[in-house]
Design a protein around this ligand. Structure first.
Ligand code: BMA
Length: 316
């Protein structure tokens, strides 16, 4: 490695982009920002699909190896439901966890508040056991809010919901706690946007936190506003398994728009991960991300390399 090269532990899959509008079984404008989970010995992506009206819904795509031979469902799995107060503008950016305690999958996604001035974004919580029947648990927290995921397990009897409200113009990552997925409290800032950095404009959770022996691995996006638009890149944080205190935070971004499909699209210069899988046999971390709000791509890393890098970071 040359002295002026960064350590690049995320590698782009050579078959990127893995999902594009051209291969969709019905007419769509763009496909991006998928949630990801292991289901029935396959990788299941819940892909945000935008139509030409500009509305988004969520559609399931599955693959045995998480890389090739994707089967895309011919029908959307989830769309906005006005009877649950979701404005027709759509559902966006799902995150999926498997709850061992509840024996079901829990999906959080962005929806828009019908009947509230400006239809601000908020968080819908949906559960399923089979990705065929879905149960809506309704809205969580007040808008505006985005980029939410539950932790896959409760902490001292509390569900922990990581989310990104806008508070007094600031966009930091927060956490709130609940006993019943109904009433939330004890909220606090978990990961703040920083000053004059690559992640100063806003930050938001990427995939659901991944439990490792070193702590919860958080992959997050950070945005920087520039004269030619906003650049979305990826950073890393390690949280204490019990207290959720930040143990480590990368000072640098570790993955950013570089390839053509990341730099040019409906929204240029965006990498936006919402789902990640760990292959326990190989210790490979597979991170699924939307590229330029247009296509779905995959980056992989060795989980140990990621943790080794983070443990060297002192900045938080
Ligand atoms: C964010 C979200 C994402 C989107 C990103 C870049 O605010 O809305 O859905 O990918 O902007 O446009």
């Amino acid at each position: 490695m040359n002295k002026n090269e960064f350590e690049e532990f995320f590698k782009r899959y050579e078959g990127n982009p893995i999902l594009t509008p051209e291969i969709w079984p019905y007419k769509v404008s763009s496909v991006f920002n998928p949630g990801a989970i292991k289901f029935n010995n396959e990788v299941l992506l819940l892909v945000r699909v935008e139509d030409r009206e500009g509305h988004s819904h969520l559609t399931i795509a599955t693959s045995k190896d998480g890389k090739t031979n994707w089967h895309i469902n011919p029908e959307p799995a989830l769309a906005a439901e006005p009877e649950f107060g979701e404005a027709i503008f759509g559902l966006e950016d799902p995150r999926i966890v498997w709850s061992e305690e509840r024996q079901e999958y829990m999906i959080t996604c962005v929806s828009f508040f019908e009947g509230v001035a400006g239809e601000p974004p908020g968080i819908s919580l949906i559960t399923t056991k089979d990705f065929s029947d879905f149960k809506r648990l309704g809205r969580q927290l007040i808008p505006p809010n985005k980029d939410a995921s539950l932790l896959p397990k409760t902490i001292k009897g509390y569900y922990a919901l990581i989310h990104r409200p806008i508070v007094d113009g600031r966009t930091d990552i927060w956490v709130s706690f609940s006993k019943d997925l109904n009433f939330w409290g004890k909220e606090r800032v978990l990961i703040p946007a920083r000053n004059r950095t690559w992640d100063n404009a806003r930050v938001g959770l990427g995939p659901p936190p991944i439990e490792t022996p070193e702590g919860w691995l958080v992959i997050y996006h950070g945005a920087k506003d520039t004269a030619s638009g906003t650049i979305y890149r990826v950073g890393l944080v390690l949280l204490d398994l019990e207290t959720l205190e930040v143990i480590r935070r990368s000072r640098d971004w570790v993955f950013g728009p570089k390839e053509y499909y990341e730099r040019v699209g409906d929204v240029d210069d965006i990498v936006f991960p919402c789902g990640a899988i760990v292959d326990e046999k190989t210790n490979e971390l597979l991170v699924y991300y939307g590229a330029a709000d247009s296509v779905v791509a995959l980056a992989t890393a060795n989980l140990d390399d990621v943790l080794t890098y983070l443990k060297k970071c002192t900045e938080y």
